[in-house]
Design a binder for this molecule. Sequence first.
Ligand code: FES
Length: 114
Amino acid sequence: MHRVRFQKGDDVWEMEVPEGTSLLEAARDCDAPVQTLCNGVGTCIQCRVKVVDGFEALSPPEALEKDRLGNIFHITRERMGCQAQVCGDVTIEVLEVRLPARKKGRFSKRPRRN
Ligand code: FES
């Protein structure tokens, strides 16, 4: 079992998980606010988290995660919660959700005509 600690500001969520548990699964189990829109399929990137301590205690990023996050994940220390699996004690910072920019389209606000 490995200790996973999530923190966001002054809030902390902590639990023990078996090896191979994803950070997203661990977050769900302890009610930490790691977000998902794709339910862990690996397409939304809403599960992005920052590793505060124990970067080497997570499974190495595979092609999908490198493709989504880019090659600077070792500098930003960000991982995708649904892809990173726990293999040691880690401390994780929960990041704010980045929503996609809104596109202007046919439903965009237009001035009213009188
Ligand atoms: S939960 Fe959607 S990419 Fe990880």
